[in-house]
Design a protein around this ligand. Structure first.
Ligand code: URP
Ligand code: ZN
Ligand code: ZN
Length: 475
């Protein structure tokens, strides 16, 4: 048995804030108290002056995900290492079902990529692109027997991953009966596609047209439709990467009526707005390719509404949608990255990195700036995603019996974010040059130190698949 004692840290959970020692035996926290004794072989970590947070849970990442001709720049090894440096100890990634793959095969395939390479714990949502009797039965089986209880469906990207309303409704009805939940990418895909074709026909090929062809009203429309389908199916529903006020409004209305609707937003929507596209100026500038994610950045007003909603629990959590593509073709041998859309914005792979910066930028820009409380921060970063996605109380808190996934955080240390000092295989961060206060100093995963003072000290590949329980129940 190995034992670790973390001495004198300020333990912050979603509800508590106090100074105590944490004693860990093997993988779990076994006691919390004052002046706990160390055994002769106990590893002792002095955490005086530090905050202790439960390890971050990021329930929206894309490691080694293939979308069309492009594969995301991080695999499970690099992406989870990057996550750990940022204080995240559990991710929920994606397993893609398509016409060649059943949901259960998709899970198996995703498992084979993560197994022995992931450095933190992980689970999967299955991306469902086709629905029939067999697929529905697989979904039921995945919830009940595989610990995979959430399924992403796209209302956008026609011709590739988009599902029609009937497919979404059938999936919702099935998973709702078995403790699962559908997570929706809500944009009206057919109208977006029409606007894209019109822009291209007029010769508008530069990346800022990505944003101009995905207006907020189409996110609002799809969100409303998704809520109605879920209401009819009597199932909970989760909206990924919510960005628009027009979408938020429907989530708030539904929640006020007691309908189980949940939503996340992402750091890029909280710290950047649509003026960043205009700042890239010229019609033919490719600079805006770094800002090509879906949905795109919205107005400053929308951004303020998102912050308010995080405070009032109209939005339940912050995930990264870490979906990295390099700005430079060939970086680390990656191909079909952002420059793939050099002459046609619709071919730029959609997505931005963020898994390493989430906990720091939200601490600095959320807690320090007075937008959210410290307890709410922990709830958004760790507890709420763990509860909503069936990981709690194994993950998401610092408590006796929980996994010893702990972040030792210095609330006073300042540093400057740069891709050069990050650990992702992606060659940029949206936060390049941002000076922030608050730094992840040490990270433990199930009692094992992974990161200590900017050094990787863990064994590699010791992340484990976490079978999840019922989801969408924290209501
Ligand atoms: O632009 C994005 N969000 N790319 C990742 C895929 C998705 O829709 O989540
Ligand atoms: Zn999406
Ligand atoms: Zn995503």
């Amino acid at each position: 048995m190995t034992t670790t004692l973390i001495r004198g840290g300020r333990i912050v959970t979603a509800v508590d804030d106090y100074i105590a020692d944490v004693f860990i035996e093997d993988e779990q926290i076994v006691s919390i108290g004052l002046n706990l004794p160390a055994g002769p072989d106990t590893q002792v970590i002095d955490a005086a002056g530090m905050m202790l947070f439960p390890g971050g849970v990021d329930c929206h990442t894309h490691m080694e995900n293939t979308f069309g001709p492009s594969v995301t720049a991080d695999n499970f090894h690099t992406g989870t290492r990057s996550a750990a440096f940022g204080g995240t100890t559990t991710i929920i990634d994606f397993a893609l079902q398509n016409h060649n793959t059943s949901p259960l095969q998709a899970i198996e395939r995703a498992q084979s990529k993560a197994d022995c390479t992931a450095n933190i714990d992980y689970g999967f949502h299955v991306i469902i692109t086709e629905v029939d009797k067999r697929v529905l039965e697989d979904m039921r089986y995945a919830i009940r027997h595989e610990g995979v209880s959430s399924f992403k469906m796209f209302m956008a990207y026609p011709g590739t991953v988009m599902s029609d309303d009937a497919a979404i409704f059938q999936a919702m009805r099935m998973v709702g009966q078995h403790g699962g939940m559908v997570a929706l990418h809500a944009e009206n895909g057919t109208i977006v596609e029409l606007l894209i074709q019109e822009a291209l026909a007029q010769g508008h090929t530069s990346p800022r047209y990505h944003a101009l062809t995905r207006p907020a009203i189409l996110e609002g429309e799809a969100t409303h439709r998704g809520i109605k389908l879920a209401e009819l199916a009597e199932a909970p529903v989760y909206f990924v990467h919510l960005s628009a006020k027009e979408a938020l409004k429907h989530v708030v209305e539904a929640r006020d009526l007691g309908i189980p609707v949940f939503a996340e937003t992402c750091p890029h929507y909280l710290f950047f707005d649509e003026s960043a596209y205009a700042a890239t100026d010229e019609e033919d500038s490719f600079d805006a390719a770094r800002l090509v994610m879906s949905p795109p950045l919205r107005s400053k007003e929308a951004q303020n509404a998102l912050w308010t909603a995080l405070k009032t629990d109209d939005l339940q959590l912050i995930s990264t949608d870490h979906c990295p593509y390099c700005l430079k073709e060939g970086h680390q041998g990656k191909i079909n990255q952002k420059p793939f859309g050099k002459d046609d914005f619709s071919k730029i792979p959609n997505g931005v990195p963020g898994v390493e910066t989430r906990m720091t930028v939200v601490y600095d820009g959320g807690v320090r700036s007075g937008r959210i409380s410290l307890n709410r921060y922990v709830e958004l970063m760790s507890t709420a995603p763990a509860k909503l996605f069936g990981l709690f109380p194994k993950k998401g808190t610092i408590a006796v019996g929980s996994d010893a996934d702990i972040v030792i955080f210095d609330p006073n240390e300042q540093h400057t974010i740069s891709a050069a000092t990050q650990h992702s295989d992606c060659d940029f961060t949206l936060f390049e040059g941002h000076r922030v206060q608050g730094k992840v100093k040490k990270v433990l995963l199930r009692g094992q130190l992974l990161v200590s003072d900017d050094q990787w000290v863990g064994k590699t590949g010791q992340g484990r698949f976490v079978a999840r329980g019922e989801v969408g129940k924290c209501w």
